[in-house]
Design a protein around this ligand. Sequence first.
Ligand code: HEM
Length: 138
Amino acid sequence: MGYKGWPGDKRDSGVRLGSGLMDVLIHLFVGLHIIGIAALLGGFFTQMKAMGQGTARFVPAMLHGALTMLVTGVVLVGLNQADDHPVNNIKIGVKLALLIVILGLVYVKRDDEKVDKGLFGLVGLLTTANIFIAVLWT
Ligand code: HEM
């Protein structure tokens, strides 16, 4: 229901902010999704100097960030579908595939004190690729 003013009142045009409970829930999970990116990419950045020397390690924040991305991403797909928002399945599939590689590498090597430069860099590269896939693929 729009605002009912005098006949012809432009405020009755039906344009309004999406503030239903479902929209709030979706935005809340987008926020958590972004916190996940912060942990994963932030953890990577703390190791960049060490990466140059070949002594970088996958810090716990990276593992927890990658897990957060998976959980919040899956919840976001479900919430958007439940709310009849179209979900780009190919885009999500590509993001999921890249994240599985990231999560696999970080999980398997989580206790290694040193990770090969190339492997470590790959995780940063794939994370960055996922960010640009998320924002540029419309
Ligand atoms: C490193 C991994 C990931 C990164 C960096 C990432 C990044 C982002 C960013 C920046 C956004 C907000 C921009 C937007 O709305 O398009 C977003 C939204 C979203 N992501 Fe991810 N994501 C990742 C993994 C995933 C995974 C694995 C899934 C699903 C299984 C997923 C599902 C979604 C969904 C459904 C949205 C909301 C799209 C919308 O509301 O239009 N993401 N992601």
